[in-house]
Structures are given as C-alpha cells and as structure tokens.
Ligand binder design. Structure first.
Ligand code: NAD
Ligand code: MG
Length: 294
C-alpha cells in the first residue's frame, strides 16, 4: 500500500478511542498502537558504527529514535522503567533484527547514582558512546497549582531536568569529538498550557540547558541540540499527560489537524545525531504539526 503524501492524512487522523493507563503506560496496550517506524523506517547508513544511548527508548518518540538509529547502523542501549520491560523487549528484537547490538538498562532517572551507572554500563557494553538521545520525560496534567503536590513537582523536575545534568556529567568525560547530545523539549517549552505548569517549566529549562551546554562543549567538538515535538500519540499522553476527556481530539487543534506519530520525528533525531549536522548546534527543532515555537 502506498502511503499518502498529504500531511493531513498520511497518518491516523480520526478521533482516538478514550483510554487510560497508569503511568508509565505500555505502548503495546494502546489503541491504536503508536507508529514508531517498526514497519516503515528505512535506513541508509547515516550512523554506521556509532553507539547510541537512548533514554525513554522503550516507547513513543524514544523508541522511534532507537529503531531509526539501529537501521542507520548504530548499536543502541535503551533506558526505561522496569514496568516497561515488554515494550523494551520489542525494541530490542527490532534492533537485533538489523544485526545491531541492543543493550537493555532499566532504571529510574530520578536517581542520581543510577544516572551515573547507566552511562557507565552503556559505555562498557556498547564499547563507547557517540550519541546521547535524552528522550525520557514525565508529564501529569493538573488543573490548579493549588493541587500540584511538591512530590509531583520534584519528580517532574528530577526526571525531565536534573537527569539531563546527571547523565551529561557522567557521559562528558567519555564523549569524543563528533559526539552529539540531543534533548527533548516541547511546544510546552514555548507556549505553556494552563494545566501543565510543572511540565512546561521543565521544557523551558531544557531549552536553556541545551543552548547553554552547546556553547560550553562546542570547543570539544561536541554538538548539543533539542527536538520540540507538538502533540504526538504516545503512552505519555494516555497516562495522565492529558485529561482523559481530551484524548479523542488529541492533536486536532494543530494546523495539520491530527496528532503526530513518533515515526514522524525519526529523521530529525537521526539528522541531529549524524555527521550531516556538523554545523548544527544550540538549536531546537520543531516537529509540531504547525504549532509555532514562539
Ligand atoms: P513515552 O511515554 O513513550 O516516553 C516517555 C518515557 O520516559 C517512558 O517510556 C519512560 O521510559 C521514560 N521515563 C519516565 N519516567 C522515567 C524515570 N523515572 N526513569 C527513567 N525513565 C523514565 O512518551 P513520549 O511522548 O514519547 O515522550 C518522550 C519525550 O517526548 C518526553 O520528554 C516528552 O516530554 C516529550 N514530548 C512528548 C510529546 C507528546 O505529545 N507525546 C510532546 C512534546 C514533548
Ligand atoms: Mg514507555
């Protein structure tokens, strides 16, 4: 079947069935199952011989990046939470089907000691790290700041922001010139929704971290960029990222009138990781369905 080239209907553009899972949700149980390029992504040797560590690599956008990296010729280590083992095993099988090495390293990024251990293990088991794709994130919608617990506020910042500092601190001494660090921002890092105060604040912080770090490590020959997705159909959204009543119309407010699928971000994560992006650093790339990053 030939896929439409019209962005309005190239991917699912109907209403989504209402659904909810406790976080972290399992992608395999979503309806429809997100498209992370399992069937469609075709590589062309853009990352041959490189080694990538992808956080949040079991599902959604991180999974799309992990699959694409393997198909471009990279070995990939995946981080995710223990509850997501089923999703991670599926990705491992897809990476191994490409003849690439897949290393599974479950663990909690809100733990500083684990962040260091993650980098150490990925480096040892892959035999180096060239690409750090930091995709993991926590998003829980809360309507009123008075109901936003300090526990949630702390966790969201630990996972979305602090872990970037912890992972990068552990990785920098190991990274060589030509390495690429990619963080994951959001349209929320530009135009915050009223019910995502904590999450949106972390995405503003990620934009600052990315651009500042890029300047700091440019002299080492290391590039740092971010990807800012718009509404993408992933487990994050159906596990409290949005109020359940918003799920059916999720993404339809964008100019392209549908949510994005994770595979629509694959090429951007590949480009930023690859040597093709040799003059690209300190940038935030939007893949938003037309929502402006301003
Ligand atoms: P996802 O649920 O597939 O991925 C998020 C991942 O974060 C999970 O798979 C999980 O492995 C990981 N994670 C969460 N807490 C963790 C912890 N304590 N320790 C280790 N890992 C943890 O959803 P996604 O939408 O693909 O999210 C990926 C990134 O994209 C996130 O940073 C998110 O903020 C960002 N993003 C998503 C959207 C969207 O609409 N889906 C929009 C903008 C930005
Ligand atoms: Mg997941």
């Amino acid at each position: 079947m030939t896929q439409s080239s019209n962005p309005l209907d190239k991917f699912y553009n109907e209403k989504f069935p209402k659904q909810y899972q406790e976080a972290p949700a399992v992608q395999a149980k979503m309806e429809p199952v997100p498209d992370c390029g399992e069937e469609s992504y075709v590589g062309s040797g853009k990352l041959t011989g490189k080694k990538a560590l992808v956080t949040g690599g079991d599902s959604g956008i991180g999974r799309a990046a992990a699959i694409a990296y393997a198909r471009e010729g990279a070995d990939v280590a995946l981080n995710y939470l223990a509850e997501e083992q089923q999703d991670a095993e599926e990705v491992k099988a897809l990476i191994e089907a490409e003849g690439r090495n897949a290393v599974l390293i479950p663990g909690d990024l809100s733990d500083e000691a684990f962040c260091a251990e993650l980098v150490e293990r990925a480096n040892a088991e892959l035999g180096g790290i060239d690409i750090l794709a930091l995709v993991a994130g926590k998003q829980q919608a809360v309507e009123d700041i008075l109901d936003l617990s300090t526990e949630q506020l702390r966790k969201t910042f630990e996972i979305n922001v602090f872990s970037l500092f912890w992972v990068v601190k552990a990785a920098l001494p190991l990274l060589k010139e030509g390495a690429s660090i990619i963080t994951t921002s959001s349209v929320q890092g530009y135009n915050p929704s009223e019910n995502l105060l904590d999450y949106a604040s972390t995405k503003f912080a990620i934009n600052g971290f990315t651009r500042g770090l890029a300047k700091q490590v440019a002299k080492k020959g290391i590039r740092v960029n971010s990807v800012a997705p718009g509404p993408i159909w992933t487990p994050l959204q159906i596990s409290g990222g949005q109020p359940s009543e918003n799920i059916p119309e999720f993404g339809q407010e964008t100019p392209l009138k549908r949510s994005g699928q994770p595979v629509e971000l694959s090429n951007v994560y590949v480009f930023l990781a690859s040597d093709d992006a040799s003059y690209v650093t300190a940038q935030v790339y939007g893949v938003t369905g037309g929502i402006e990053l301003a």
